[in-house]
Design a protein around this ligand. Structure first.
Ligand code: PAF
Length: 289
């Protein structure tokens, strides 16, 4: 496995692979890797001749400076893990390398990028689209892998790729976005780089989020969308130290809220919860149908 810091070198390595007709998988990450990322990388290694993993804490997607500063950075440990799983290249650039000048492009894919995280973190998805589109243009991968914990992020990225495709971008025509299932701890907490920021007492209450979501699925079979929503929210808020920021039950394709279970063929519940006094923002989601 090789570590690459420059865009020029990354492009040269990838074009050498292309000239040999090799397929390339891309796994974009912000580092602080855990079993969730490992599952994406393993899948890419299985499905492609070569796998590029980017490790870059993208400043343009953070709307809170403290959050950006606190984001865990563990490049050495990340590289050890990636090498053991079989990644081919790690792309770990500086901010100046990725953004030699400010990125003034703006992306908008309503309603997917406006609701939920889009409403509570203004500019977040614009930043995600800036970095992910750059990575796609640098690597021109055959497949790109994203975890379903960030359910909304996948919908926004798919909308962005569809838009580039319409505009005739060759890289977008070739690319397949591959969503991968959430990896959970034994107690149900979704794996996240932010989990390392939880204190022991916060870590102990955090699994209450998934427990409430899971029990709401059974409950939904005999109750309305609103009742199901309210039960999940009140169960989580009843745990001292947890506070729901939003819980939206949505059409899994458009991310528009539903009011009845018949409103859409696929329905997902997407939640964000503040945990502890810092607080740490945890996100999760669950499939109703
Ligand atoms: O999901 C993440 O870790 C980030 O949003 C991503 C896709 C790597 C872009 O910075």
């Amino acid at each position: 496995m090789e570590i690459i810091n420059s865009v020029k070198e990354l492009k040269a390595k990838v074009s050498a692979l292309r000239s040999l007709n090799k397929t390339v998988g891309l796994v974009p990450t912000m580092g602080a890797l855990h079993a969730g990322h490992a599952s994406l990388v393993s899948r890419s290694v299985q499905e492609n001749d070569a796998t590029v993993v980017s490790v870059f804490v993208n400043p343009t997607q953070f709307n809170d400076k403290n959050d950006l500063q606190a984001y865990p950075r563990t490049l050495d440990a990340d590289c050890e893990l990636l090498s053991s799983i079989g990644a081919t290249y790690v792309f770990a650039p500086s901010v100046e390398e990725v953004y030699p000048e400010p990125d003034t492009r703006s992306f908008s894919y309503p309603p997917t990028d406006q609701v939920m995280e889009g409403a509570f973190r203004p500019g977040h998805f614009n930043g995600v689209c800036q970095i992910v589109s750059k990575l796609f243009m640098f690597v021109e991968p055959d497949r790109a892998y994203f975890g379903e914990k960030d359910f909304q992020q996948i919908a926004v990225i798919k909308a962005m790729v569809a838009d580039y495709k319409c505009q005739g971008a060759e890289w977008a025509k070739r690319l397949t976005i591959c969503p991968c299932p959430i990896i959970r701890e034994d107690d149900g907490l979704a794996r996240s780089s932010r989990n390392t920021l939880l204190s022991a007492s916060e870590r102990a209450i955090a699994p209450g989020i998934y427990q409430a979501l899971q029990s709401s699925v059974e409950y939904s079979k005999t109750h309305s969308v609103q009742e199901t929503h309210d039960k999940a929210v009140s169960e989580i808020n009843a745990i001292e130290g947890l506070e729901v920021q939003y819980y939206d039950i949505v059409n899994a394709l458009t991310l528009e809220s539903v009011t009845a279970w018949e409103d859409a063929p696929h329905i997902q519940g997407c939640i964000t919860v503040f945990c502890g006094s810092t607080p740490i923002r945890l996100i999760d989601n669950i499939k109703y149908k």
